[in-house]
Design a protein around this ligand. Structure first.
Ligand code: HEC
Length: 150
């Protein structure tokens, strides 16, 4: 009897999680040869907001791993490649794929998938079914990266 109650509670929690993941704020995106050619929102990205989102430690936190041309911020990480000039090296569609989910390109990368809400493991409850940044923030970050020309 006690067990049934317990199982019911666990199942209930699992179902809630599943629904949250399915109905998350995530917009569907289509991957074409390791790129995401289509904008997630259809609205042009705002590079100034993209820079802010990239710096924000609760959002992109890109500086933790990347050197970026943002001298006003201290402590740039060296784990990933420097992002100066990345707007010349990679196309918008390639950049969008990397920000959404770098693991599509390199399954072993430590770079977080900023816009993937399914297939994640050991996710804190409050983050289940949620993406790290919003669809428009992905577009803003991509627009900012496109300004980093060599
Ligand atoms: C935990 C560390 C980490 C964080 C945080 C991180 N990255 Fe990365 N990133 C990497 C690593 C490592 C690579 C190298 C490629 C790989 O691992 O597959 C990379 C690669 C990239 C590339 C490809 C660069 C190239 O020249 O090929 C881009 C673009 C990029 N990251 C953008 C970002 C942006 C934008 C953010 C913040 C929104 C970010 N990264 C946050 C670790 C990180």
């Amino acid at each position: 009897m006690k067990y049934q109650l317990l199982i019911g509670a666990v199942l209930g929690a699992a179902l809630t999680g599943a629904i949250a993941a399915g109905s998350a704020n995530a917009v569907e995106y289509k991957i074409v040869e390791d790129t995401v050619p289509q904008s997630l929102t259809g609205k042009p990205g705002d590079p100034a907001n993209g820079k802010k989102t990239a710096i924000n430690r609760r959002k992109g936190n890109c500086l933790a791993c990347h050197d970026m041309p943002i001298p006003e911020q201290a402590d740039h990480g060296q784990v990933g490649p420097p992002l100066l000039g990345v707007g010349s090296r990679l196309s918008e569609a390639e950049l969008r794929m990397r920000v959404i989910d770098s693991k599509v390109i390199n399954p072993d990368t430590i770079m977080p998938a900023f816009y993937r809400s399914t297939g994640l493991h050991r996710v804190l409850k409050k983050w289940q079914g949620k993406t790290i940044v919003s669809a428009q923030e992905v577009e803003d970050i991509v627009a900012y990266l496109m300004t980093l020309k060599e």
